[in-house]
Design a protein around this ligand. Structure first.
Ligand code: BTN
Length: 332
């Protein structure tokens, strides 16, 4: 489907009213049967469109399309003028896009968003699903005047920025599962993928990729393939209006700028208390998988660098990489 036609069609239907095939065709300058084909293609992608025979079509879920100008207008002017912000209808991966962009003009903050990623990437080589218009696929580049070794707590700090932004939008109770998962009511609501380029001794150029599940429509074909419990953040809101992805994006840029500056100056230690207040693993029995080796014990928070603390019969050890899973819910 031509992306511009898809976007215009969704814009026309975003009011969630009934639109006849004829009126949509006139607005898009295509035939009624072409409209029907476009609607079928959108439905196949998982968008919830009601076909009302003899009347027309109605988009049942709210679909606020991303718009660069709308986002920039909600970012403080002094900050907005320092960055480049691009919104794509479809992209392989917003992180991949910014990583290749870094090769040409590193050093300037750049933000990239996509309505849909066709090859979205998660941690450890996994894929990340972002169906059209239903999630947030957001990446931001940043230059750190510090060696790569100083970036240990970065994904935790980026997670805190997301938690703050969601709280500002009425989504409370979001937790962080070390090192990069966003959890709501024990289900995955989003994740963070940080990629670093440059000299290990610094400065380092990084791309922070944030993926958030917004709508919770299980009919999205891509989401049916996700192999762990997930939730759309709209479910965490007591409102029919749903989250505004443009507002979330603007607040994310603003909050990330604030926390990254502070992190650059003061390191992770100043964020530690705030992290512990939303630590999804705290006092849980966990398994940390590090390649072939697995460590077990009680999650005892994080240290001043953002490393996970694991308590077991050998005492307390620090963990700086690995895949964590929870073994049991409680520990006294
Ligand atoms: C994870 O939980 O494994 C991390 C997921 C990160 C997904 C985001 S979506 C925006 C950015 N672009 C990508 O390809 N990945 C990140």
């Amino acid at each position: 489907m031509q992306n511009s036609t898809r976007r215009k069609l969704l814009q026309l239907m975003a009011d969630q009213r009934i639109h006849s095939g004829e009126s949509l065709g006139q607005s898009l300058q295509i035939s009624r049967s072409a409209v029907w084909k476009q609607i079928q293609a959108l439905k196949a992608q998982g968008l919830d469109i009601e076909i009302m025979h003899g009347k027309g079509y109605r988009l049942r879920t709210l679909c606020e399309l991303l718009d660069a100008e709308t986002i920039l207008a909600q970012i403080p002017a002094d900050l907005a003028e320092r960055l480049t912000l691009e919104v794509f209808d479809e992209l392989e991966s917003t992180n991949s896009y910014l990583m290749s962009w870094l090769k040409q003009s590193a050093g300037l903050p750049q933000v990239c968003l996509a309505e849909q990623q066709t090859a979205g990437r998660g941690r450890r080589g996994r894929s990340w699903q972002s169906p059209y218009g239903t999630s947030l696929a957001f990446s931001m580049s940043w230059r750190f005047n510090a060696p790569a070794a100083d970036l240990a707590g970065l994904s935790l700090v980026a997670g805190l920025a997301v938690v703050r932004v969601l709280a500002q939008n009425g989504v409370d109770g979001v937790q962080l599962k070390w090192p990069n998962d966003l959890i709501w009511q024990n289900k995955k609501a989003g994740g963070i993928l940080i990629e670093v380029s440059g000299d290990a001794a610094g400065p380092c150029d990084i791309v922070i990729g944030i993926g958030l599940n917004i709508s919770n429509n299980a009919s999205y074909p891509e989401m049916q393939a996700v192999d762990q419990p997930w939730v759309g953040l709209d479910d965490a809101l007591n409102s029919e209006r749903g989250l505004s992805r443009n507002r979330l994006s603007a607040l994310l840029v603003t909050e990330l700028f604030a926390v990254l500056n502070q992190f650059e100056q003061s390191g992770f230690a100043v964020f530690r208390e705030e992290y512990l207040a939303c630590d999804a693993l705290l006092q849980k029995q966990i398994v940390v998988q590090q390649g072939a080796q697995s460590l077990t014990g009680l999650a005892a928070g994080v240290d001043e660098q953002g490393c996970l603390l694991l308590q077991n019969e050998n005492g307390i050890s620090t963990v700086n990489f690995g895949e964590v899973s929870v073994r049991a819910i409680t520990a006294a």
